[in-house]
Design a protein around this ligand. Structure first.
Ligand code: F6R
Length: 369
């Protein structure tokens, strides 16, 4: 049942190229020799509905909310629609203000998370349209939402979410492209170009998986740390949150995700000789700033692992280890950058002998508050 892998988590990490492909293909027209395009019949909202949106609220819990943060960054940057992201358990008790023409997007792998369902119901009661992104056909969320768009990650058994997260990102990118097209922020050729890049992601994800031994070696050296910090700016900060959650939930290493620029407002006090710092630096526009944050932690003795783009050697002499992503645009980098982070958490947990697929005190689907 684990297909030859030692754990479901490792199997599911390896299923990500397939999950990306299976989630993308139903949403696009893609014939040999033709430019790919979005399939209008698969898009959840018509052109008039998309043009009317003034505001988007994304609601989710845990890993799904981290996918939502990347979705926010993409939709705001390219489609120019304001987006906020809320976790279900906070949203539902706040008596939130629902502005007219707000689109709600709920994200849930299981479709059964109690706090997400409660938030969905609250939004509907206030008259909003709710679009769900879920992995389970027939789940409560799929039945109650006004519109549904599925991730096709297949059953996710390990408690730590991996292939569901990456599939949620894929759907959010497709939605972003659809919004851009319908609101005149991109033309068909631009959308087609990006779809072409999305189609290449599975193969690039595979390249990362093929190098997993390097991640394992690193994990072997650093699994005994008590603390880890994940630093990033922009989407790399959102990614840091997901990377940090993966590590703490399966390996019980205390870790924090920090906006790199915020470090010097307090937390840098915790960086000492040997502290493990993972620096995510995939965004060109923010690279110089990341570099100076990396120097700040290096001089305090941190052991730094940096994740950068293919061909970026500016950091080679500044840090202890560097991982290079396969060639990918800044826009799509998050979908690849998460994979080495999942592997890192996995191998640290393995070194520590933890119960990787069933970490203590956690349930796969949180159907109680
Ligand atoms: C972390 C993890 C959880 C879930 C969260 C929401 O690896 O799996 O944080 O993401 O409980 O679950 P769903 O997506 O089923 O609503």
């Amino acid at each position: 049942e684990k297909g030859g892998y030692e754990h479901f988590m490792l199997k599911e990490i390896h299923e990500q190229p397939t999950a990306l492909r299976d989630t993308l293909l139903p949403l696009i027209n893609h014939q040999e020799g033709e430019a790919p395009s979005l399939r209008e019949d698969m898009m959840p909202l018509g052109a008039d509905e998309v043009r009317k949106i003034e505001h988007i609220s994304i609601l989710a819990c845990g890993t799904a909310s981290h996918a939502g943060l990347i979705g926010k960054a993409m939709i705001e940057k390219y489609a120019r629609i304001p987006v906020d992201v809320d976790i279900g358990s906070e949203y539902r008790y706040r008596d939130p203000i629902v502005q007219p023409n707000t689109l709600f997007i709920v994200i849930s792998q299981s479709g059964e998370t109690a706090d997400t369902i409660a938030a969905l119901r609250d939004a509907q009661q206030k008259g909003a349209t709710v679009l769900a992104i879920t992995n389970v056909v027939g789940s409560t969320i799929s039945r109650e939402a006004d519109k549904v768009i599925y991730t096709w990650a297949g059953p996710e058994i390990a408690v730590a979410s991996t292939k569901a997260y990456i599939s949620q990102l894929m759907v959010l990118y497709v939605l972003m492209l659809d919004f851009c097209l319908k609101r005149g922020k991109m033309d068909a050729a631009q959308v087609s170009g990006i779809l072409g890049e999305l189609l290449e992601l599975p193969q690039k994800a595979q390249l990362i998986l093929d190098q997993k031994d390097a991640v394992q070696k690193f994990a072997h050296q650093f699994f005994d740390r008590e603390h880890a910090f994940y630093l990033g700016r922009g989407v790399d900060y959102s990614l840091a949150m997901e990377a940090s959650l993966k590590l703490k939930e399966i390996s019980y290493v205390h870790s924090e995700a920090y906006a790199a620029g915020e470090l010097k407002h307090g937390t840098i006090a915790l960086i000492e000789e040997g502290t493990l710092v993972v620096a995510l630096a995939t965004q060109d526009a923010l690279f110089e700033k990341m570099l100076s944050n990396i120097t700040e932690v290096k001089v305090r003795g941190a052991k730094v692992l940096a994740l950068v783009n293919d061909g970026n050697h500016q950091i080679d002499n500044e840090v202890d280890y560097v991982w290079y992503l396969p060639p990918v645009s800044n826009m799509l980098a998050p979908m690849l950058a998460i994979i080495p982070m999942q592997l890192l958490a996995y191998y640290i947990s393995l070194e520590k002998g933890c119960d990787i697929d069933k970490p203590r005190n956690l349930a796969k689907s949180v159907t109680v508050e």
